[in-house]
Ligand binder design. Structure first.
Ligand code: GAL
Length: 721
């Protein structure tokens, strides 16, 4: 029998470290009580010292075990940044260098019946001996035990240590399950496939030399696809142990013509994601991770995400599996390659990432070069070979920015940064690979530092930022030599002094750090099928005085409607069509009205935009020429969450027509009863919007009140169950 318990609650934490803290009898009553995920230091939104979280700290927790017996006891930490040593009852039980994959430790031998003490020394400094460190990097890694932990009991001698599923996909699929085991030679190992609770088929073999390969043939199953992310459960048993994983049956291939899923070509359209959040750093529980995946797939209509630049949370990837968002998963690193021992760790990171995530249908590519590093033939031959050996079912890729770099991977990954002014927005692959032939090729980044843009920048800049995204996505969609493009990036992020604005933020997202959309987000969102999600977002504040020289034109609207009517009071109705001339390849090009009547100081009027689909009116939006604050809208992500999770609450100041009051930078006061607010309780609207997370600590009905001088108090509530 295997029993897994969440081990995330009730830790003791100290922002300091001394060796005696690791002892069994150490008095930790002066420690703080914390739950995991935990960030070692809450940072302000911006303007902080990026060395503030780089220190050694200590976490302790008691573990009561009535009788250890002959069970195996394991503890798993899903992510500790950056280096950790675990002590059990004062004895060293294991260590882990690197913060992005599991630290699994067998602690059986250190336990005794009754009360045991676990202590973790956590070194969150940027240690040059551990990837991604050694040079400067354009992101923060924060610190602490920033993901969840589990305690696992396994009865009996046999133990399953790994399972890897792969399938030959046809009308009757064959599933192969590679099982790794300990103390199980001669024992029967069985694998079963379930559709929900229904058993489809089962097969078994005898374990030999710590291994078992089980084949299950004649499986009639649905394909996992981005539109139908059908998941099955695979359950493996050996002796008293059992382990389950989810799996999806699907076929992928990359050719020089592009990417194919189940035989169908799909142009990859995506954004890069950092797993960081304002205030909380990396330490966000399940629901925040789930919501990010949902934003990418459901709000921004993307089909792929790159987990730049490291393996990301299990919850994020689980959600990608569930909703059909494809994933390019990457090892930790940023431009710098260290010495031999550093490279060994990077190679270990490849193994840890692939072994952790190779049963996931959403993962289509392993990115196994250090992002944007120079060539290193031997090193990258090693990472490629290991990756192909651990997972022959997926291609490798590697991300570079230099042209003519050695292409050892199956798919050539290229960050193609062209200045926003340049007419050419994306380059032909041969020009960048330096090869005489075409190979599978993916644009892994574009935009980013070419055009940083804040959510509260002026309209001209925000629109230019958005249109540049549109131009690039359009160009990639039209280029047969590219499997697709993944832009830089989804969300603004905190960074080091060497990169962002001097406030420690890279404003490179199509959304801000709180996941609120800039206009560029609607370039992506509007590519959705109108039947699934209708989008009509005017990229304007509808004023004569916002742009240089005055006037509203060009008026840009991001929409998936067929056409739009603009009705300005006292003027003739204008029909606007998607600009297919400028954007011939986008499913839904922006609508641009290049000329309009009206100028600075002239009489200014309200307008109505009507969006039409299949001849009928599908969307309507009023634009007010003299808007006044009307409402503070609060949108709650969930009405029910478990203990130790979060809800996201998005706040938006609107006028009477529901448009965002972009320049209303009023203060918001947030009062939370029954749970914990992540971040400060007094904040300002940025670009008329804000969002915050509330973390549940106990079962309760939680009420959240937001007040601001200009608006009525606004209240939402949710249940913690
Ligand atoms: C790339 C890098 C990213 C980010 C981006 C900004 O060179 O891979 O991590 O720094 O630039 O545009």
């Amino acid at each position: 029998m295997r029993k897994t318990f969440d081990f995330s609650r009730g830790w003791r934490y100290k922002v300091a470290f001394s060796e005696e803290m690791l002892g069994e009898d150490y008095d930790d009553s002066s420690f703080e009580s914390v739950d995991l995920p935990h960030t070692n230091k809450e940072l302000p939104f911006n303007y902080f010292d990026d060395r503030d979280y780089q220190f050694i700290s200590c976490y302790r927790k008691k573990l009561d075990i009535k009788k250890v017996g002959d069970r195996t006891v394991l503890i798993n930490f899903e992510g500790i940044m950056t280096y950790a040593e675990l002590f059990v009852n004062g004895m060293p039980a294991g260590k882990k260098a690197g913060g992005y994959t599991d630290f699994l430790c067998d602690i059986t031998g250190f336990l005794h019946d009754g009360e045991n003490v676990l202590a973790v020394k956590v070194d969150s400094r940027e240690r040059p001996d551990i990837p991604p460190f050694g040079g400067v990097i354009d992101y923060l890694t924060y610190g602490g035990i920033y993901r969840e932990a589990q305690l696992i009991y396994v009865s009996g001698a046999a133990r399953i240590t790994d399972l890897f599923c792969r399938a030959e996909v046809s009308d009757k699929c064959v599933l192969k399950v590679d099982v790794k085991l300990e103390n199980a030679d001669g024992a029967t190992v069985s694998a079963a496939v379930y559709d929900g609770g229904r058993l489809l088929r089962r097969a078994s073999v005898k374990a030999e030399n710590g291994k078992a390969l089980i084949s299950i043939a004649e499986l009639e199953v649905e394909r996992w696809d981005i539109n139908n992310p059908k998941l099955y459960k695979i359950r493996v048993k050996a002796g008293q142990d059992n382990v389950s994983t989810r799996f999806g049956f699907r076929e992928i291939s990359f050719t020089e013509k592009g990417f194919f899923l189940n035989g169908r070509q799909i142009k990859l359209r995506g954004l890069n994601r950092h797993q960081s959040y304002a205030y909380a750093g990396y330490a966000m529980p399940k629901n925040a991770q789930v919501l990010d995946a949902d934003i990418l797939k459901k709000e921004l209509a993307l089909n792929v995400v790159r987990t730049s630049h490291y393996p990301q949370s299990r919850h994020f990837l689980d959600r990608c599996d569930e909703i059909g968002l494809l994933v390019v998963s990457e090892i930790p690193g940023w431009q710098h390659i260290g010495d031999a021992a550093w490279k060994d760790l990077a190679v270990q990171n490849v193994a840890d990432m692939v072994i952790r995530d190779r049963n996931r249908p959403s993962v289509i590519l392993w990115s196994i070069r250090i992002n944007e590093s120079d060539d290193d033939h031997d090193f990258y031959t090693r990472t490629n070979e290991l990756c192909r050996q651990l997972d022959p079912t997926r291609p490798t890729t590697g991300v570079r920015w230099r042209p003519d770099s050695e292409s050892l991977e199956d798919v050539h990954g290229m960050n193609d940064f062209m200045p926003a002014e340049d007419e050419l927005c994306i380059r032909p692959q041969k020009l960048l690979t330096g090869l005489s032939y075409e190979k599978p090729y993916l644009v892994t980044e574009y935009m980013g530092h070419m055009f940083p843009t804040k959510i509260y920048d002026n309209e001209e800049r925000l629109v230019k930022h958005a249109l540049r995204h549109a131009e690039i996505v359009d160009a990639i969609a039209g280029d047969a030599d590219k499997a697709g493009g993944i832009g830089w990036c989804a969300f603004d992020y905190n960074t080091h002094r060497e990169f962002g604005t001097n406030d420690k933020i890279c404003y490179h997202g199509v959304c801000d750090m709180f996941r609120n959309p800039k206009y560029a987000a609607y370039v992506y969102a509007s590519q959705a099928d109108a039947a699934e999600k209708l989008v009509m977002e005017p990229a304007t504040i509808w004023a004569f005085g916002e742009k240089n020289i005055g006037g509203v034109a060009p008026l840009v609207v991001f929409s998936n409607c067929d056409y739009i009517l603009l009705k300005v009071e006292g003027q003739e109705t204008v029909k606007i069509l998607p600009d297919r001339e400028r954007f011939p390849n986008l499913p839904h090009p922006p609508f641009i009205l290049y000329e309009m009547r009206g100028f600075w100081g002239e009489t200014w009027k309200d307008a109505i935009l009507e969006g039409y689909v299949a001849g009928g009116i599908a969307a309507e939006k009023r634009l007010l020429c003299s808007p006044l604050p009307d409402k503070l809208e609060l949108i709650l992500s969930n009405t029910e969450i478990p203990v130790n999770d979060v809800v996201r609450i998005a706040a938006r100041a609107t006028d009477a027509a529901g448009s965002t009051m972009k320049f209303l930078h009023d203060t918001l006061h947030i009062y939370v009863k029954g749970a914990k607010l992540v971040g400060p309780s007094e904040v300002v609207l940025q670009g008329g919007v804000y969002a915050f997370y509330v973390r549940s600590t106990k079962k309760a009905t939680v009420s959240v009140v937001v007040s601001s001088g200009r608006f009525k108090e606004n209240k939402v509530s949710f249940n913690v169950v």
